[in-house]
Design a protein around this ligand. Structure first.
Ligand SMILES: Nc1ncnc2c1ncn2[C@@H]1O[C@H](COP(=O)(O)OP(=O)(O)O)[C@@H](O)[C@H]1O
Ligand SMILES: [Mg+2]
Length: 592
């Protein structure tokens, strides 16, 4: 169990690279300055209109009412209503504008992340859980969406509003305004303590919050095992403990947040009281009008509004920088296997595939996995690779696809170094049928075409006929729905489908990596016929343990410990009396 392997994908102690995160965020906005600027203008207009309202109130109280002038009153009411309507209109424009700009930005970002991820090496995917990548694309980008559509612009706007309100207040009464100033150091102090105390708490909550779904995914993925071993209660207990931990952490943070809010909330009535009392006294002394007191009270509400919003902004900014940091980290990754500078394109193998003295290791510090491997596979012929688990069979084929690069030797297709070939054209010329088969949600037909709708149905029917497996597809009709991960098919059935898929996709070269290792005798018989037919039409490398399959190949290569031990036809190797013949006797010892 990887309790530490939380989906956040980030060590809480890991230093956030603010510069890289900022560069990413700024880069996204840079090309969209205009739409964001327009949104800002709308927002400022709305705010300024809103700021007029206390002034209108003052006008009513200090001018219109004392003058007993119904027309001035009517005018004030009209201006008030118009101001409010305009305020709403600008608000509407601003929300719409921001949503449009923000969505555009997020769509671009998601596209960039996805397109980038798809280029990364298999090594990256082996090391990174899918859930984590999903979180990068989904939740990290929506955090950034909140940042761009709300936080940034609101903060700038709030600062501006603060300044304007202060200026207006000072204009009407400097003394009363200055009296409010001591409130700010107190506010700043409370804010500082709050951030200091709660930051580590928030990190902890996020970490635990990410652990819960991680744990759940793991356990539910393995629910079959859990039930078989009767460990459901155990898991349930662990889940409860984890949830309890989350509960405690959340409550702690909530406690501090509430205390923080209440102390700020209290500052508001305190300031109001000061205005009432001191402003009131000034009014009694005839130095201040009633209208100004009302205006001040209204403006105080305006001043506190952004302060309440502050902690929300803070958390979004903090989360946005972590999100930006994580996204930037992925975008910085470079695939080690890239298209060559001047790639040569290939459609098909015209002559042969050749390995010459190939040496390969996965890591510098690890040992050689392939040692001096050589073989030649002419077009239209087949090679079976046999050997113990971990012997290096899959590695041989991975090199052919350039999933990894080798350190010494040569791999050539039609005499061209595969490192000079376009990766895309190389990989589309070779088909792969693997041991663990992934089927996509859709119909059997969709999967046979690998979701390529341009392939005509007739090609699918032809392929099935060529392989002689019509009977199988009677039982599993082409319009049958494949559930997620092909859960409604057995492994053997999935293997049949993926073999047929290789035929449908019409690639000249096929690599079958233990593609027939999970079949019941009936399906196996079916597939042996299918493979026999495949071998007749394609250039095939087939990794298999079953000699019934191997025997159909033109040549057999025995690999052990990364070395080619024997290479020749079935008959030659049998006659050699070495590894292969021993292997053969083991499997067919009891006659066949
Ligand atoms: N991606 C990888 N990273 C590091 N080592 C690997 C990787 N894949 C395979 N190996 C190692 O290389 C050796 C050969 O593996 P593989 O080619 O998969 O064997 P086979 O297919 O014959 O069972 C094994 O020791 C295996 O542990
Ligand atoms: Mg293997």
């Amino acid at each position: 169990m990887h309790m530490d392997d939380h989906d956040d994908g980030q060590d809480p102690k890991e230093k956030i690279n603010y510069k890289a995160a900022f560069r990413l965020l700024y880069g996204l906005v840079k090309t969209r300055k205009r739409p964001f600027l327009v949104a800002f203008v709308y927002m400022s207009a709305a705010t300024l209109l809103n700021l007029l309202i206390p002034i209108i109130a003052k006008y009513v109280i200090d001018t219109a009412l004392p003058a007993k002038d119904p027309r001035a009153l009517l005018l004030a009411t009209g201006v008030y209503l118009a101001t409010t309507l305009l305020f709403l209109y600008f608000n509407y424009l601003q929300v719409l504008q921001l949503a449009r700009a923000g969505q555009g930005l997020i769509v671009e970002l998601k596209h960039r992340i996805l397109a980038h991820m798809l280029t990364l090496d298999l090594e990256f995917y082996a090391a990174t859980p899918v859930g984590r990548l999903n979180a990068r694309v989904q939740s990290d980008t929506s955090t950034l969406y909140a940042l761009f559509t709300n936080t940034v612009i609101t903060i700038v706007n709030d600062l501006m509003m603060f300044a304007v309100v202060f200026f207006v207040m000072a204009y009407y009464n400097l003394k009363l305004t200055l009296m409010l100033v001591p409130m700010f150091p107190v506010l700043a102090g409370i804010g500082w303590v709050f951030v200091k105390v709660t930051s580590p708490m928030f990190v902890r909550v996020r970490k635990i919050a990410a652990e819960v779904p991680g744990f759940l995914t793991e356990q539910l993925n393995g629910v079959g095992v859990l039930q078989a071993f009767g460990r459901e209660a155990d898991t349930s207990l662990k889940m409860e403990a984890l949830n309890q931990k989350k509960f405690t952490a959340e409550i702690n943070v909530e406690l501090y947040t509430v205390v923080f809010f209440l102390s700020i909330v209290f500052l508001h009535p305190a300031a109001t009281a000061a205005v009432f009392y001191i402003g009131g006294q000034m009014t009694l002394e005839g130095r201040l009008t009633v209208g100004v007191i009302v205006m001040f009270i209204l403006y105080l509400g305006y001043l506190f509004e952004p302060i309440f919003r502050f902690s929300e902004h803070l958390s979004i900014i903090q989360r946005s920088f972590s999100a930006g940091h994580r996204i930037a980290k992925i975008l910085e990754l470079r695939p080690t296997l890239t298209e060559p500078d001047k790639p040569r394109f290939m459609n098909t193998v015209r002559d042969s595939i050749e390995f010459r003295n190939v040496w390969m290791r996965y890591k510098e510090e690890a040992g050689w996995v392939l040692k001096d491997v050589s073989f030649k596979l002419p077009r239209g012929r087949s090679l079976a690779i046999l050997g113990e688990t971990g012997g290096g069979k899959t590695t041989v084929t991975s090199l052919l696809f350039r999933f990894y690069d080798f350190q010494k030797g040569h791999i050539e297709i039609d005499g061209t170094d595969i490192r000079k070939l376009s990766l895309g054209s190389l990989r589309s010329a070779i088909g792969l049928v693997q041991q663990d088969i992934y089927l996509f949600p859709g119909t059997v037909m969709d999967n046979l075409k690998l979701m390529d709708t341009s392939i005509p149905d007739s090609r699918v029917h032809d392929a099935i006929r060529l392989m002689g497996i019509e009977a199988f597809f009677k039982k599993h009709p082409l319009d049958k729905k494949v559930k997620e991960k092909g859960a409604n098919l057995s492994i053997g059935e999935k293997q049949v489908i993926s073999l047929a898929r290789a035929m449908v996709l019409d690639q000249e070269v096929l690599v079958l990596d233990e593609a027939t290792s999970n079949m019941d005798p009936h399906t196996e018989r079916l597939i042996t016929t299918a493979i026999k037919n495949l071998l007749r039409h394609k250039t095939v490398i087939i990794i298999a343990h079953r000699l019934s399959t191997v025997r159909n190949a033109d040549r057999v290569m025995m690999i052990s410990g990364g070395e080619v031990k024997e290479l020749g036809t079935h008959d030659e190797l049998l006659a050699l009396g070495g590894l292969y013949s021993k292997y053969y006797r083991l499997q067919f010892g009891e006659g066949e």
